[in-house]
Design a binder for this molecule. Structure first.
Ligand SMILES: Cc1cc2nc3c(=O)[nH]c(=O)nc-3n(C[C@H](O)[C@H](O)[C@H](O)COP(=O)(O)OP(=O)(O)OC[C@H]3O[C@@H](n4cnc5c(N)ncnc54)[C@H](O)[C@@H]3O)c2cc1C
Length: 480
């Protein structure tokens, strides 16, 4: 039974789906429908308030915007007073100490023997540089950083994040995502014992004053929901698409109803889309080229005052095996409102990756994380722990695997030939353009491409978009 038919149907109210809806509205097209399986907007960029009143993101979310239109929208959605501004202070915990990021520029902070070995490797790698293309990410790491930094930091850290060996991954996604080294500068910093940090006034980020990252997407959804003609909202929550028939151009919902469409913008994970579509038998082998890791997010609410040594730190990387997490975010620093009582509470949020190559004990991971916080000195006593909150994201990181692009090319061309445009973090499966700003832009650019035939820059030319330096954000100037 078909209950409706719309020219534009969108699956998912994460940044990509909302970006598509926002652009349709902006271009004067109002006959779209967005179906979201969950009950709130934001997708992976939503926030949760737990039973103790602590707010959590699904992993530490920081906005690195590459788009003016995105920044303007953020200003507009939460208003000048809706944001807090921070310097992006990030650190690596290694050898029982903090080393500022970028790691390779601060080798003097390491024990002498490690620092000397890391520098030797870096200089040898620079001297041996031939410009030959590496065959995988592991090789890229070794050739770019040399043996010392590879073994100390780059390999173990990346293995933890991606939950697989770097040899199982491509290297071409890197672009501006991994800071590449300058051996001469590293040597000079070592000689002078000089810190060379990546933060400062030009390296700020902002975070919603209230409600976590998800506040942004709530605000946008609320705008898109408003209709002045009194008809039912075009943004529907708790409506899961269970089947997509690309030949008939219909989707079937969990309650058996069907919705017809002219064009479908899907932002659900691409492997799942293939699985529930009539193209499954043709594309299931291509779908196996798409690999992902799952992410456990463990929020730890803490009693007392934030320790001085963590006060300004935003997030920290953990390459070593004395803790299960690869990253911890000092989440109450992003906004004091992320805890119910900032005068006596603070919070940390840890991320742990899981895959078939890196198993995680789902029942034991919270205790392992708390032990890891103690082992790495982030908490000085178990008595500090107020409570822990845990969630597992089945699709956490879209892995730039060796055969990813082969699979993507086949799947996307088959879908697009039938009016289905799969976009976003797991819709397009391109890690290099999978942050909130990229995802939002992918949704908006897909609409422009459909209406005008314009190029989808974010999807098709990630390097061009990522070469734009993330815009420095500043608090608004208050004039007396
Ligand atoms: C651990 C982690 C850390 C991150 N850190 C950052 C960061 O620091 N900065 C940053 O900018 N970004 C970060 N991100 C990325 C950010 O979360 C994504 O860019 C963004 O959420 C992707 O938006 P999307 O709309 O493409 O997909 P999603 O957010 O995944 O949204 C897809 C939506 O589709 C819905 N859906 C799925 N299947 C169906 C169905 N069958 N029917 C109906 N609805 C369906 C889902 O419920 C979901 O709401 C991080 C992500 C993770 C996981």
């Amino acid at each position: 039974m078909t209950v409706a038919s719309v020219p534009y149907l969108i699956i998912g109210a994460g940044p990509t789906g909302l970006g598509a809806a926002w652009r349709l509205e902006g271009r004067g097209i109002h006959d779209w429908l967005l179906l979201e399986g969950g009950l709130v907007p934001g997708g992976l960029a939503r926030s949760v308030v737990d039973e103790h009143g602590f707010t959590w993101d699904l992993g530490g979310h920081v906005q690195f915007s590459h788009y003016e239109m995105f920044d303007q929208l953020m200003d507009d959605l939460l208003g000048a007073d809706g944001w807090l501004y921070h310097e992006r202070e990030s650190w690596v915990w290694i050898r029982n100490r903090f080393v500022p990021y970028p790691f390779q520029l601060n080798l003097h902070r390491l024990p002498d023997a490690d620092g000397a070995r890391a520098l030797r490797g870096l200089e040898a790698a620079a001297a041996a540089h031939t410009g030959a293309r590496p065959s995988n990410f592991g090789e890229w790491i070794e050739r770019t950083f040399g043996a010392g930094i590879s073994e100390l930091f780059m390999r173990p850290y990346n293995r933890k994040v991606w939950a697989r060996d770097p040899e199982q991954m491509d290297w071409r996604w890197i672009g501006d995502r991994v800071a590449v080294p300058d051996a001469a500068r590293a040597r000079e910093n070592m000689r002078l014992g000089r810190d060379d940090v990546s933060w400062g006034p030009n390296n700020r980020f902002r975070f919603p004053r209230r409600g976590g990252t998800g506040a942004v997407w709530h605000a946008l959804a609320a705008r898109l929901k408003q209709r002045d003609d009194g008809r039912e909202s075009r943004l529907r929550f708790g409506v899961k698409v269970q089947r997509v028939d690309t030949a008939a151009r219909t989707v079937t919902l969990a309650d058996g109803r069907q919705v017809g469409y002219g064009t479908l913008i899907s932002t659900m994970p691409l492997d799942r889309l293939v699985e529930i579509s009539d193209l499954d038998s043709d594309l299931s082998d291509a779908s196996r080229d798409l690999e992902y890791s799952s992410t456990h997010v463990i929020g730890v609410g803490l009693h007392g005052a934030t320790p001085e040594m963590l006060a300004r730190k935003c997030w920290m990387y953990f390459p070593e095996s004395n803790c299960p997490f690869y990253r911890v975010t000092h989440f109450s620093h992003y906004s004091p409102n992320n805890v119910p009582d900032p005068s006596s509470q603070w919070s940390l949020m840890a991320e742990v990756s899981e895959s078939a190559h890196q198993r995680v004990d789902r029942n034991g991971v919270v205790a392992d994380v708390i032990r890891g916080l103690a082992a790495t000195g982030l908490i000085d006593s178990y008595a500090r722990v107020h409570h822990a909150w845990h969630t597992r994201l089945e699709h956490g990181y879209p892995v730039p695997s060796l055969n990813r692009d082969r699979g993507l090319t086949r799947i996307q061309s088959a879908l697009e030939a039938r009016g289905v445009f799969s976009r976003g973090r797991f819709g397009a499966w391109k890690y290099e353009v999978s942050n909130q700003d990229h995802s939002f832009a992918q949704g908006a650019e897909a609409i422009d491409a459909l209406l005008d035939g314009s190029e989808e820059l974010t999807l098709n030319h990630p390097d061009v978009v990522n070469a734009r330096r993330p815009r420095a954000v500043s608090p608004p100037v208050v004039r007396a």
